[in-house]
Write a protein that binds this ligand. Sequence first.
Ligand SMILES: Nc1ncnc2c1ncn2[C@@H]1O[C@H](COP(=O)(O)OP(=O)(O)OP(=O)(O)O)[C@@H](O)[C@H]1O
Ligand SMILES: O=P(O)(O)OC[C@H]1O[C@H](OP(=O)(O)OP(=O)(O)O)[C@H](O)[C@@H]1O
Ligand SMILES: [Mg+2]
Length: 282
Amino acid sequence: MLRIAVPNKGSLSTPATDMLREAGYRQRRDGRELVLTDADNDVEFFFLRPRDVAVYVGAGTVDVGITGRDLLLDSGAAAVEHLPLGFAGSTFRYAAPAGTITQVDDIAGKRVASSYTRLVADHLARKGVEPSAIVHLDGAVESSVRLGVADVIADVVETGTTLRAAGMEVFGEPILRSEAVMIRHADAPEPAGLDVLTRRLQGVITAREYVLLDYDVPMELLDAAVAVTPGFESPTVSPLHNGQSAAVRSMVRRADTNRVMDVLYEVGARGILVTSIHACRL
Ligand SMILES: Nc1ncnc2c1ncn2[C@@H]1O[C@H](COP(=O)(O)OP(=O)(O)OP(=O)(O)O)[C@@H](O)[C@H]1O
Ligand SMILES: O=P(O)(O)OC[C@H]1O[C@H](OP(=O)(O)OP(=O)(O)O)[C@H](O)[C@@H]1O
Ligand SMILES: [Mg+2]
């Protein structure tokens, strides 16, 4: 039975559970359940603190887990990224009170507060910058400068609202671009059942990222239209009964849908329809 660690709280928890449910797995209804067996799919879920997921996977006591790329790298566990999942996107960045520190080199000799101290230490070591201290805090890192325990922070930035509210500004390039990832042990052989889990999750990711586009186009314009919607391998083209036009079906990135429809219309396609994909295996 494949053992899967899932975040029990925080930003990753609900979207991780939603994705697994969409992939056809049973998920807990009560937020206090710690373990859940899905016998039909031969998997067992362990609901753990997001930060601890990499520790369990690295120790080999669970086979795979869902966590953030930033949490994985900060853990130092013997676990590696297996599949990016496309949710809980964020950047990890340095910030300081507006107008004080503006480049990474200036962190030399300063105190840096963060909940991700290994990430920060590794990054500063790579840059050859020596801070006077790296202060570990559990959260609300933005308050650390005002309260006098640090000069600079390194923290997760999603919208930037929290930083703005604290009168801080980011500086330097992002240390990391993070998102939710499926992780597995660094050296262990691939556990039985991981191939099925991976295909199922990839199916959900693709169904979220792509739509189906259908349209009719006169035969003489078919090549020009297909060039706009090349699809994954090649679009499906069916002749219409009138013998002069074709119906085309192709997968298109959801984010590109309206731009592609505009171009297709210009090319001469009509009856352009967009349909969501409920599930898929490619
Ligand atoms: N706005 C956000 N705030 C915090 N973490 C975020 C955000 N957006 C995405 N994430 C990601 O969520 C993960 C952190 O989740 P975690 O549950 O540890 O913290 P949290 O969501 O801040 O919850 P809490 O602070 O309540 O424990 C990281 O991988 C981080 O990159
Ligand atoms: O860029 P934003 O959209 O504002 O999001 C980023 C903020 O959200 C998280 O804090 P959280 O609310 O989890 O509090 P915490 O610091 O106590 O973990 C994170 O640590 C940042 O402070
Ligand atoms: Mg937090």
